[in-house]
Design a binder for this molecule. Structure first.
Ligand SMILES: [Zn+2]
Length: 339
């Protein structure tokens, strides 16, 4: 290929490093800005985030020729394996950071919201405040939820790669998890921070502001207990993952994992916890689920409701018997007292 000569110094890409990270590391070495360095690579006016999303073969060959890297190595730094509908999941930089990775190295997995561990060092990533999930959740809870998280991450990975093996996909699960299954309500006593009477008066607005209630809190009650009440609602559908905090992304990934493990029972849990309006919305979200799963839900939900009705009838009958007995005892007592 004819073109400008090879650059004298080229950094080898780090493990799973993304193209934008590699370009941003190389440019300062040549005392250039990123746009200047792109000119040097023969790609004037191109955006490095567009390049790393889809790198046309010709431009990949250009970078390979100029740097001496193989075309495969250059393409490996792009997100070509991610399908267009999942692009919003690819952040422009590391979502969370690994304390052992150099700050300027951004790896592809760290751009995705369901990565919670450094692919190189195997340590938990830290959020903007420097906290890891075991610190936010407690180490025990994090360990207990890990298997579900991994199951969820596998589903999300398949979805991002356009793998259609699964009948029930991540998009449908996320829509379900973020459905408002009950009407919005103010923070419950358990959700409120402990405060004095005066503080309660000062925070009256906070204490009476309705909070959106989503299926996620039923499928992942651990999240419901741990999440700060104002930061509990997640954005609807994909946006909850794409734009959520680390804790929200973790809860959604766990939720996806739990649904993948047992979709019918998770749907029933949410239907049972719903109020009337919410149940409508949940049923609407379930319409996108495969027919076989929906049939399973209908059959089981009908049985669960019947059992619940029977239980209530039995309970009522029991109460009636007890109150009758109680009255009998009372009248006996009365009889004893007056005699
Ligand atoms: Zn690391």
């Amino acid at each position: 290929m004819i073109g400008p000569p090879r650059l004298p110094v080229v950094f080898p890409p780090e493990t799973e490093e993304r193209l934008s990270s590699w370009i941003a590391r190389m440019a300062p070495f040549y005392a250039m800005t990123v746009p200047e360095f792109l000119v040097e690579l023969g790609l004037p006016g191109r955006d490095m985030f567009d390049l790393e999303w889809r790198l046309p073969e010709g431009e990949g060959a250009l970078i390979a020729h100029r740097t001496g890297l193989s075309e495969a190595a250059v393409q490996a730094m792009t997100f070509r394996e991610v399908v267009p509908e999942a692009r919003m999941m690819v952040a422009r930089k590391n979502r969370h950071h690994c304390p052992l990775c150099p700050a300027e190295v951004h790896r592809k997995p760290a751009a995705l919201p369901w990565a919670f561990r450094c692919p190189v060092h195997g340590v938990e990533l830290r959020d903007a405040g420097g906290l890891t999930l075991p610190q936010t959740l407690s180490p025990e809870l994090f360990t207990a939820l890990q298997a579900h998280m991994l199951a969820g991450a596998a589903v999300l990975d398949d979805w991002a790669r356009g793998d259609g093996r699964r009948a029930l996909g991540a998009a449908e699960m996320l829509a379900f998890l973020t459905t408002r299954h009950r009407r919005a309500s103010p923070p419950s006593v358990a959700e409120q921070p402990r405060m004095s009477l005066q503080t309660r008066r000062d925070y009256h607005d906070f204490l009476t502001a309705p909070i959106a209630r989503q299926a996620l809190t039923v499928v992942v009650p651990e999240y419901d207990r741990v999440a700060p009440v104002l930061a509990k609602p997640v954005r609807p559908g994909h946006h909850g993952l794409a734009q959520g905090s680390q804790l929200q992304a973790f809860a959604l990934t766990v939720g996806v994992g739990r649904i993948a493990e047992d979709p019918i029972n998770r749907a029933i849990d949410v239907l049972l916890a719903s109020d009337d309006g919410g149940q409508e919305r949940v049923r609407e979200a379930l319409k996108a689920w495969p027919l076989s799963v929906r049939r399973g839900i209908s059959a089981r939900f009908w049985r669960v409701q019947r059992d619940e009705r029977d239980r209530q009838i039995a309970e009522k009958a029991m109460r009636r018997r007890q109150s009758h007995k109680y009255r009998t005892i009372q009248s006996h007592k009365y009889g004893w007292r007056v005699s």
